[in-house]
Design a protein around this ligand. Structure first.
Ligand SMILES: NC(=O)c1ccc[n+]([C@@H]2O[C@H](COP(=O)([O-])OP(=O)(O)OC[C@H]3O[C@@H](n4cnc5c(N)ncnc54)[C@H](O)[C@@H]3O)[C@@H](O)[C@H]2O)c1
Length: 248
């Protein structure tokens, strides 16, 4: 008589269709997770899920906009509990302080924070002890010019991570954040060569990170063997957050 093999741990990665999210989904699949690749760009999510499926574990896509709470709740309710939730999807925008409106803040917060909260709450309600939540913040939470709404939303993610880590620890759920610095995604292509050079000069390592650098950190924090870190924000930024200049 054969016994049915255990199901692989289930992970959900938001914004998994491209960029950092795709690298995270790829790495988690390599680590043995079955991955649900959620993205509002359904074609990108499908392509990623097909790419990362292995001979033994089939990952799948969820074409959902995180603003659609009913669809998000239904997705989480119909599957087995998540072993790992990676809240990666986020929006970014550049606007000087005096050009910002209250609606710019609301739009930014709606995806970068409120949607992240709603999915975390729905998922955590069903999670088993040992489950992980990893939130993607940004090095920008420490401060940046011309992005007050983005910076504030990412600082809120850091605070939310710390608060939920305390409330979910008694359930055996660990919550951490990764704060990427400048990462080589389509975003960088939008910078002029001069601007890119100036940005890279601010980093001790002098180079942009790769999406895989973020995926490495997420894989560590989402790993079933990681059992004693919670509420932390890991800066993966080539040392930019160290500051610079003279020792005075
Ligand atoms: N790229 C960087 O240098 C950098 C630096 C710091 C932090 N980050 C953060 O990393 C995360 C990923 O960044 P990226 O550069 O890969 O972004 P990206 O724009 O390349 O990809 C984001 C993905 O999220 C999806 N998405 C966006 N809003 C969504 C929604 N409402 N519902 C469903 N899917 C949605 C998009 O379709 C896209 O596939 C973001 O939270 C971002 O703030 C990026």
């Amino acid at each position: 008589m054969t016994t049915p093999s255990a199901q692989p741990p289930l992970a959900l990665v938001t914004g998994g269709g491209r960029g950092i999210g795709k690298a995270i989904a790829t790495r988690l699949a390599q680590d043995g997770f079955e991955v649900i690749v959620l993205d509002r760009d359904g074609a990108a999510a499908e392509a990623c899920a097909a790419d990362i499926s292995t001979a033994t574990v089939t990952s799948r896509a969820a074409a959902i906009d995180l603003g659609d709470r009913e669809a998000v709740d239904a997705l989480v309710a119909r599957d087995r509990p998540l072993a790992a939730l990676v809240n990666n999807a986020g929006i970014f925008d550049e606007r000087a302080f005096f050009d910002l409106t209250a609606d710019d803040f609301r739009r930014m917060y709606e995806i970068n924070l409120v949607a992240l909260f709603a999915l975390s709450q729905a998922a955590a309600a069903r999670m088993q002890p040992g489950a992980k939540i990893v939130n993607i913040a940004s090095r920008a939470f420490l401060g940046a010019r011309n992005h007050a709404h983005y910076v504030a939303s990412k600082a809120a993610v850091v605070g939310f991570t710390r608060a939920t880590a305390m409330e979910l620890a008694p359930r055996g759920i660990l919550v951490n954040a990764v704060a990427p610095g400048l990462i080589d995604t389509p975003l960088l292509a939008a910078l002029t060569p001069e601007r890119l050079k100036a940005q890279l000069a601010l980093q001790p390592t002098g180079k942009a990170g790769r999406p895989q650098d973020i995926a490495n950190a997420v894989a560590f924090l989402a790993s079933p063997t990681m059992d004693f870190i919670t509420g932390q924000t890991l800066l993966v930024d080539g040392g930019k957050s160290l500051g610079g200049g003279l020792g005075i």
